[in-house]
Design a protein around this ligand. Structure first.
Ligand SMILES: [Zn+2]
Length: 603
């Protein structure tokens, strides 16, 4: 008795046997059951996802002697002959080997003749994108005026290479890659039916290695069965595939979590002694970190199909989300580095050490200045000395970031000027009460035109500085006043570019920076006057002159504060012991321009 390979033996014979591709099957079944048939179908998708399998079942559905339906009998002559690949009205062509125009012509010249035995003449052209331009033209002519008894089933891994004229005449179905879970389940059903003992983890290894292709998965399963002498175990499958044991990969993350360098090196030794494929190893590590990250967000989202649910949930609880993200990022970058390294083993061990050395400082990421140049360093890594680890990571001092200034260089802050703010900020209720009490102040702006203003004592809590203020105080007073007014737009911008020259109980004189005066007009002057009169609740006489100014306007003050904050952030970053350790130990280069103040980064 000859052995039939699993991929052929277990090729689905009906739509209900298929694993996955429900979205395609549903449409086809509906079309078949309602006899709404198109004359050309195009199935796209990567290799081994079921394109030709679906096409063959479809051919059976069309030609089954029991009638057109989505459930061919599988027993009639047409069904059995199609299953055996010798049905005369199913013309299968592999376009990869028949690309010449003569071939296509020969193929298509019999199109107009009615089917010999079946109901439909079905042309199944695999890898149709391989046809030459002339062949496409010949095919196109047929597709433009298809005889009613002909149905074209086209399959390709590369639909982008098809002319649009062909694409537009086909019903297109895009087949998806099969998920590892789907593949593992299918393999399981095959092994149960074949009565072959197996370990579930072995099936997952095969499913991952098959990368979405069921045909590859079945071929790998075939190899595994003969390699494992009948009992499909994880260890043997992994050694066949060159994939690492999940337990080993789990061990890496556990050692990282425990900060255990010697354990990690031991794992590295085991790995090198078993000659694993380091890329696969890294992919497994990435997949594991991905599962941990998911478990942190949705603990219920992790299945136990790999038998590691408990371990993953434990790690998800013990690691911070930042740690998992950082490990993932380092491992992903490491994958790229590994392809450059002359020795993958060394690159992998370096990667393990890098993972160990970096541990994100989870609680206070937002406070630290951000180095935007490098994703790894973005996480504000913390260096743990390898030989001597005197201090626990969490005990390490936070970087001496001037958080207040760096994070929020908000306008006059912790300066003497701030002392003015509370005095100037009068609750609205108080002001209106004041207005009600003193009728003469009800319309202060207009009143100033007609009645000579009598000195009115400032409204309660409002301090009007007198000429006795020295120049510095005037500046601070004005800066905090403009901040308190909180005006935006052009008026706000003009105000911020003014300095206060003088002020007494009846008048204020401002100077507008001439370099910023282009937008200034009478309307703005009037608005500024109204704003100030309203604020002080008195008929102030406001004059604004345009001049070159030396004093610090609110706008310049803000600019200076920003620059200072940035400089402080840069210095704090450069002086940070962890950053210095990076520079010393890893030849890191600081790019001062990439240091940003957090609120600027966010916006
Ligand atoms: Zn049949």
């Amino acid at each position: 008795m000859t052995y039939q390979v699993l991929a052929r033996k277990w090729r689905p014979k009906t739509f209900s046997d298929m694993a996955g591709q429900e979205h395609v099957l549903q449409t086809l079944i509906h079309a078949l059951n309602h006899q709404r048939l198109h004359h050309a179908y195009l199935f796209t998708g990567t290799r081994g996802v079921g394109k030709t399998t679906i096409a063959r079942i479809f051919a059976k559905c069309l030609n089954c002697e029991q009638g057109v339906s989505a459930t061919p009998c599988g027993k009639c002559t047409a069904c059995t002959q199609i299953a055996e690949g010798r049905f005369i009205d199913l013309i299968e062509v592999d376009a990869a080997s028949k690309t010449k125009v003569e071939d296509t012509r020969e193929l298509l010249e019999n199109v107009q003749y009615a089917p010999s035995v079946g109901r439909y003449k079905v042309y199944l052209i695999d890898e149709v994108h391989m046809l030459s331009n002339h062949s496409f033209n010949a095919l196109l002519k047929t597709l433009e005026e298809p005889p009613p008894h002909v149905i074209f089933l086209l399959a390709t891994t590369d639909p982008h290479k098809l002319p649009v004229t062909i694409l537009s005449r086909c019903l297109q179905f895009s087949l998806k890659n099969l998920s590892p879970q789907m593949i593992a389940e299918y393999l399981k059903s095959v092994l149960v039916a074949e009565q072959i003992p197996f370990e579930e983890a072995a099936l997952w290894s095969i499913a991952r290695a098959a990368q979405g292709s069921m045909r590859d998965a079945l071929t790998l399963l075939d190899q595994s069965i003969s390699f494992c002498a009948g009992n499909v175990t994880e260890a043997e499958v992994n050694s066949l595939l060159g994939t690492p044991d999940q337990a080993l990969v789990m061990g890496i993350v556990q050692a990282l979590n425990a900060d255990n360098a010697s354990e990690l090196l031991e794992i590295a030794n085991t790995i090198s002694s078993r000659a694993f494929d380091y890329f696969m190893l890294l992919d497994s590590l990435l997949a594991l970190l991905h599962r941990i990250a998911i478990a942190q967000l949705v603990p219920g989202g992790i299945d136990n199909s790999q038998g590691d649910r408990e371990q993953i949930l434990k790690l998800a609880a013990e690691l911070t989300a930042e740690q998992v993200q950082l490990y993932y990022q380092i491992a992903l970058n490491g994958r790229q580095d590994m392809s450059l390294a002359f020795d993958a083993r060394i690159a992998f061990e370096m990667l393990l050490l890098r993972l160990l050395v970096f541990s994100p400082q989870a609680p206070d990421l937002a406070a630290a200045p951000v180095l935007s140049a490098d994703a790894e360093q973005k996480k504000k890594p913390e260096l743990i000395q390898q030989e001597a680890k005197p201090e626990h990571p969490s005990k390490a001092p936070a970087p001496a970031t001037p958080r207040q200034d760096a994070a929020a260089p908000s306008f006059p802050q912790a300066t003497p000027a701030a002392a003015f703010v509370p005095e100037l900020e009068t609750p609205a209720v108080d002001s209106s009460a004041e207005i009600a009490a003193g009728a003469s102040t009800a319309e202060p702006a207009k009143a100033s035109d007609t009645t000579p203003p009598t000195p009115i004592p400032p409204a309660s809590g409002q301090t009007v500085p007198h000429a006795s203020l020295n120049a510095d105080d005037t500046g601070e007073f004005w800066i905090s006043l403009v901040e308190t007014l909180g005006v935006t737009g052009i008026t706000g911008n003009l105000l911020a570019n003014c300095v206060l020259l003088s002020m007494d109980e009846n008048s204020m004189t401002l100077a507008l920076d001439e370099t910023q005066s282009a937008l200034f007009n009478e309307e703005h002057g009037r608005r500024i006057g109204d704003l100030l009169r309203e604020h002080f609740q008195r008929p102030l006489d406001i004059s604004i002159e345009i001049a070159g100014i030396d004093a610090e306007s609110p706008a310049r003050y803000q600019q200076r504060k920003r620059e200072e904050a940035l400089l402080q952030a840069q210095q704090a970053f450069e002086n940070d012991e962890h950053v210095q350790a990076l520079v010393t130990n890893f030849s890191a280069r600081i790019m001062p321009d990439s240091v940003k103040i957090i609120d600027e980064v966010k916006t």
